[in-house]
Write a protein that binds this ligand. Structure first.
Ligand SMILES: [Zn+2]
Ligand SMILES: [Zn+2]
Length: 789
């Protein structure tokens, strides 16, 4: 029997500014319901009257037909006294309270794409078309609530046509804050840097045509995009690629590419279904792909690597440029060297002069700089390496037990810096901001801290930072804690990695500890030494260090990162011993090469202990092996360059019955140490035996995975716990290595272990802030519980 009733429905999550209310309105009308829907400080509230079947049908459809950019986290329904409404209407928002969610920017949707390419539409060829399902969001927000007046679209009063679309619930642009058209919205123009080379300020069609012509002719073009400027050139033109590298002073690091469609990408990369879906997703990230297609790109695009990063055009502007170019374009950040991406017109004019031949400009200001995200399919699923456009600042929900987490602010690390706010039961992880040692990046990081605190109306009750005495983020946190009399918690680097992985996987606050494996370049250990290959028995509150990679000296401290041969020498000396190496392998090129280095000075440093900190670092082991094989031995342009080249070489090798991975051994002292000595013996014999570099790189990768598995087995066999140690959390920058991660997961799962991996939160230091936040929240909750008991 049908019962007429009134219910109140509370929807939480990302439900504002994404077309949620019009969807509610449409579904309610469809189901013959009356009532109202509005935004408030918690999300969306619906009050509706109708028969119970229709209401339950409405609730089902609310989930299955939710707008694409929305993310429903929770729906609560409550029956009220019967109320009558005349119809179903979208009511005024309840003001005064800020909803704590800001939506990430989204790639152009299919409907807007079709419109921009349809000559009969009024937005035909218009570079700024968007709707409630796509377009700029975070990049244009200056304040909350997310209304046009609080975005950089405030400069463009709507025309009558746009306004009527904006007010029409049935329209795809109902309440689309960045709504625009050629009559009222932003415009583009092309600026010459050499004024004699082209006419100044041609607009729209002419600007586009000239820009495309320039790209076809090998010019370097600066393009103002969504979250910043790009530098673009024809990726198939080796001279253009080299010119861009030279002018930008960017050597070694790969360039990202943009291609018109999947067909263009398929010429260079065989795409899997998962990769196709990721490229076409609303996040539209740069996807790292194997360069295994029929055609090859010039080596200058991604030197020494077997992967290439492709993205599809994600704004109408990019769509209009690429659709007329039948080949990939380099689309790299518009910056100088390692500085942040340029966003402003004036800084582009001064800063990119001498790099670009011309600039394609527009007049919609970029409120928040946001880089392109970088994602790779690893172990069968999308794994975010750089979390920025499309992903940030979407909230990471806190798992069970964290409901009472206080508002706090975690400052993150030093490289690939991010920070994290905890507010209203969710963690807001900032976008990737780069390496803080660059002065302008650090300034930017501080500006972003202010911006987020304003947007989220965030007043932390305490602060969290890395233990490292020298990290700029940690120093800033200490200063701020002192200035504002806030408590500060310092968190160990690798514990933070493991906690971020647990949190991302929804591990509850009171769950049993996991075995955390954190491998990376380096982080400050709680014993004052450098860590970077750690086996931690960990929960959110604490950890016990059970094992590590055998510590080896980093000769010259950070110089060992820049000059990888130093690690090879230190490893050989520490393991096999220099005299034995000379006695057995003096015919090797490696011996002759190392002999050209100032070894006596280094021996003195090692003897006196001056600037030779011990590091249990997986990253330095990769450096040592790469340099032994002749990769980046003298100089690494960026950290991990040798490891990336080593991985590229290992791709063609698989272990077989005839050919096995190198061995590692486990040494027992106060900790269990994963000792690479047998690996070095095998590698030196291979070097002496003229083995291919690819085979050695392969034997190393699979050997390391096997060694880590043996450590895990030893720990499970020897460490007594009052719970079953059956879950392993894998985190740290070295797990960006696809071969190592996939092989290790295969081995651990074969041993019956459950593996927690990263997906939407970076495994590298970009995820640290989230782990810091989780640890701080857990400890706070524990203290609160203790004081209640
Ligand atoms: Zn759209
Ligand atoms: Zn308009």
């Amino acid at each position: 029997m049908e019962v007429r009733q009134t219910v109140e429905i509370r929807v939480r999550g990302t439900v504002q500014g994404v077309g949620f209310r019009p969807t509610v309105w449409r579904l309610a009308c469809d189901e013959g319901l009356v009532g109202e829907v509005f935004n408030d400080g918690f999300g969306v509230l619906i009050r509706t009257t109708g028969n119970s079947d229709a209401i339950s049908q409405f609730l089902t459809r609310l989930h299955s037909e939710a707008p694409p950019l929305s993310q429903i986290e929770n729906v609560e329904t409550q029956v009220l006294n019967l109320q009558d409404f005349e119809d179903f209407r979208i009511a005024e928002s309840v003001s005064g309270e800020n909803c704590t969610r800001v939506t990430p920017d989204a790639a152009i949707c299919a409907a807007c794409r079709a419109e921009v390419l349809d000559p009969s539409e009024r937005r035909y060829g218009y570079p700024f078309a968007n709707c409630t399902h796509c377009g700029p969001r975070f990049s244009i927000v200056k304040e909350v609530p997310y209304d046009r007046v609080n975005t950089t679209m405030v400069d463009f009063p709507m025309c009558a046509d746009c306004h009527s679309e904006y007010l029409q619930p049935a329209d795809r642009r109902f309440h689309a804050q960045p709504i625009a058209c050629p009559a009222c919205g932003p415009t583009i123009w092309l600026e010459a840097i050499d004024p004699s080379a082209m006419p100044a300020h041609p607009v729209t069609t002419k600007a586009l045509d000239s820009a495309i012509e320039l790209l076809r002719n090998g010019a370097v073009l600066a393009i103002r995009g969504l979250g910043g400027f790009h530098l673009a050139c024809d990726a198939t033109n080796p001279e253009a690629v080299q010119r861009l590298r030279r002018r930008k002073h960017r050597y070694g690091k790969p360039f990202a590419l943009m291609a018109r469609d999947l067909d263009v990408i398929r010429r260079y990369c065989k795409l899997t279904l998962a990769e196709e879906e990721l490229l076409q997703s609303p996040e539209a990230p740069i996807v790292l792909l194997s360069a295994n297609g029929a055609e090859k790109l010039p080596p200058g695009v991604a030197p020494g690597l077997s992967t290439v990063g492709f993205m599809l055009p994600y704004t109408p502007l990019h769509l209009l440029i690429t659709r007329q170019i039948d080949r990939p374009l380099v689309m790299t950040s518009g910056n100088i060297s390692d500085e942040p991406q340029v966003t402003r017109l004036d800084t582009a004019r001064s800063g990119l002069r001498g790099i670009a031949d011309a600039m394609l400009m527009h007049d919609r200001e970029i409120a928040n700089r946001i880089d392109d995200s970088v994602v790779r399919i690893v172990a069968g699923r999308p794994t975010v390496m750089r979390r920025a456009r499309g992903y940030a600042p979407s909230a990471v929900p806190l798992p069970d037990g964290f409901a009472d987490a206080p508002d706090l602010l975690a400052f993150g690390g030093e490289l690939k810096a991010t920070f994290c706010l905890v507010k209203d039961g969710a963690a807001i992880l900032s976008q990737h901001q780069g390496d803080l040692e660059d002065v302008s990046t650090f300034e930017d990081y501080q500006k972003n801290l202010q911006l987020y605190s304003r947007i989220y109306d965030h007043r932390p009750s305490f602060l969290v930072a890395d233990m490292h005495p020298e990290y700029l983020s940690a120093k800033l946190a200490r200063q701020r804690a002192a200035a504002e009399s806030l408590p500060l918690l310092e968190v160990q680097h690798h514990h933070a990695h493991i906690a971020s992985c647990m949190l991302e996987n929804g591990v509850a606050l009171d769950a049993s500890p996991v075995l955390g494996i954190a491998i990376d370049g380096l982080g400050f250990g709680d014993d004052g030494t450098i860590w970077g290959g750690e086996f931690l028995l960990a929960d959110y509150r604490g950890y016990r260090r059970i094992g590590a990679f055998k510590p080896v000296a980093m000769v010259g401290g950070v110089q060992a990162i820049r000059e990888p041969w130093r690690n090879t020498y230190a490893h050989l000396k520490d393991g096999i011993g220099w005299d034995k190496f000379v006695a057995g392998f003096s015919k090797l090129d490696l011996y002759r090469y190392l002999n050209t280095k100032p070894l006596p000075t280094i021996d003195r440093m090692l003897a006196t202990g001056l600037n030779v900190p011990l590091a249990s670092s997986c990253g330095r082991l990769f450096d040592a092996v790469a340099a032994a094989l002749g990769l980046c031995a003298d100089q690494a342009i960026f950290e991990g360059q040798g490891a990336m080249e080593l991985e590229a070489l290992a791709e063609s090798w698989r272990p077989s019955t005839a050919d096995s991975p190198y061995d590692f051994t486990i040494t027992e002292s106060e900790l269990l140490y994963l000792n690479p000595l047998p690996m070095w013996r095998g590698l030196l014999e291979d070097l002496a035996g003229q083995t291919t570099v690819a085979r050695m790189a392969g034997r190393f990768h699979y050997g390391l995975a096997k060694g880590i598995r043996e450590m895990v087995a030893r720990i499970r066999a020897t460490v007594t716990t009052d719970f079953s140690l059956d879950t392993v959390a894998l985190s740290g920058g070295c797990f960006q290595n696809k071969i190592l991660l996939e092989e290790l997961v295969r081995l651990l799962e074969a041993d019956g272990l459950r593996c927690l991996l990263h997906a939407k939160v970076p495994t590298n230091d970009g995820g640290l802030a989230l782990g810091q936040a989780a640890i701080a929240a857990a400890r706070h909750i524990e203290v609160a519980r203790a004081s209640c008991a």
